[in-house]
Design a protein around this ligand. Sequence first.
Ligand code: SF4
Ligand code: SF4
Length: 453
Amino acid sequence: MTDTPTLRPLPGFSGPDAPDDEGLHRCVHCGFCLQACPTYLETGLETASPRGRIALMRAVAEGRTALTDRVLEHWDLCLLCRACEAACPSGVPYGALMEAARTQAERVRPRSLVARALSRLAFRELLPHPARLRFLGAALRAYQRTVQRPLRATGLLARLPGRLAQAEAMLPPLPARFFTPAPYPTRSGRAAGRRVALLAGCVQSVIFGPVNEATVRVLARNSCEVVAPPAQVCCGALHAHSGHLPTARDLARRNIDTFLATGVDAVIVNAAGCGAMLKEYGHLLADDPAYAEQAARFSALVRDFSEFLAENLTDRDFGPLPWRVTYQDPCHLAHAQRIHLQPRALLRLIPGLELVETPAADRCCGSAGIYNLTQSEMSLRLLESKMADVATSRAAVVVTANPGCQVQLTLGLQRAGLPGRVMHLAEVLDAAYRAAPRPIVPEEALPRPERQG
Ligand code: SF4
Ligand code: SF4
């Protein structure tokens, strides 16, 4: 690792996306966050800790250090899991600070032409366009069902350049159907009491379409009319975490317009990272006079699936599932949204289901958006440690609530040779409803045949 000061244009931070000075100065260096930080626990290095990273942000902001390659490496190693934020007694807004620091760094970071083109393709040409993502998904699904197996057998895929080989190996089998938002109620519960809108999620609706379908069925079962407005777009979380805040704001404005026009009681999100992002639109657009009020109103409507269901469960008619399960908290549910209890409480309502806790269930699995591709070494170290904990549970099902975690934990089970599978909470609840014995209709309620003659 060199510390050649290759990045000179930023003597300090500048412009609207500079890390908030007041936020930076809230850190009192107490170190309470250190034991919560996965990268600090793995490395033992101050520079890989929240406190160290904040100190570097302050040093850059005050012009005491340049934005060197080494500074960037320390920031890049951060998962943005926000465990430090939850542990901090001073209320340091670590997530917002790091997103701003990365956006500043993105402007001056030296990148090859190929890397720039790939970044543009992913963040501007693919993620914001759901139809393009579905098209890509269909092409990948065709590939998986035809030539993937023989190609893997040749060993040629391992020689693919860059992160392509890794991405190819991690991509789960794509489902037969993608989830496509539609302009009519996706499903309406009997005696619908509440109208809710579902964020389909850009990755979720392609890779885990069945999770969205299960989510809709469970909501409908609980007296909700569910709409999924077709004009919705990616939430912008991947953009914000990767230093593309201006694009994240554009996406936020489009989602706000789309969802507020539906007039629903709540916006339901079943992907933890997307939910955390939507809840922060108010903060993201606080300085935009045209959107600040709407953004705050929109964020107040957003509920995680488990959060909403725990408050609005009208149907407890779960059938038995004799499963031993463990729940692994997605970081952006546990730390960013502070939701730990609701998923567990819902699982405990299922008869026959045994919920086994593991140590450090809320410690990051190493997925963290595209971190498992960009920082694969640290990602795999964290995954190994997560799997050692999961193994102690001897669970047949690992339950979580975020697509990235589902992909990463599935990879972890395979690598560790552990039996079992990974499911989203919505799929487990849906399975429990399906397992409920069908009600026996009393004879007097059956339609009587009409008398002839
Ligand atoms: S981020 Fe918070 S917990 Fe960590 S050192 Fe600073 S003040 Fe203390
Ligand atoms: S966001 Fe996670 S990885 Fe980054 S400093 Fe905080 S605890 Fe550590």
